[in-house]
Design a protein around this ligand. Structure first.
Ligand code: ZN
Length: 151
């Protein structure tokens, strides 16, 4: 097993056991529900954007396999406090990495998230790792539509 594979396993098991930012926010500006029927992953994502368009709070609840839960936990850690544009770039970089199996700029953009690089070898698991990021996309996109419709 390679060093990255060992890191991948250890990181996922640790976040699965002790998920960060688990729970429902008291107040939030964005939310989304993500389901992966193939695996049974089922999560709700909550986000509070502040007036500078930064993620001031984020949380998730739900159930799913270790990969989907660890991905949600690590995503929450990664996006907390980040500006919306940076979060959308991170989301694109992560989904591209899952698709292609490597990231162009993993050190600066993806950081610890690059441990998911090995998931692309298991197509069924790609959906698990991507689920919460798709939910993030939906949460943020739906609010953009709301903003447009109220103007
Ligand atoms: Zn799963």
């Amino acid at each position: 097993m390679s060093r990255l594979q060992r890191l991948y396993q250890a990181t996922i098991l640790e976040h699965n056991k002790n998920p960060r930012h688990y729970g429902v926010l008291d107040s939030f500006s964005h939310q989304a529900h993500g389901k992966n029927p193939l695996c049974g992953d089922d999560f709700y994502l909550y986000i509070l954007l502040d007036d500078k368009n930064c993620i001031s709070q984020v949380s998730f609840v739900g159930k799913g396999c270790a990969i989907s839960k660890a991905s949600a936990s690590m995503m929450a850690v990664s996006i907390l406090g980040q500006a919306l544009d940076d979060v959308l770039n991170l989301k694109d970089a992560f989904l591209l990495m899952l698709k292609e199996g490597k990231s162009e700029d993993k050190a600066s953009t993806l950081g610890q998230l690059s441990v998911f690089e090995g998931v692309c070898a298991f197509p069924v698991r790609v959906k698990c790792a991507a689920l919460i990021w798709r939910a993030l996309e939906n949460a943020l996109m739906s609010s953009f539509e709301n903003v447009v419709s109220t103007e």
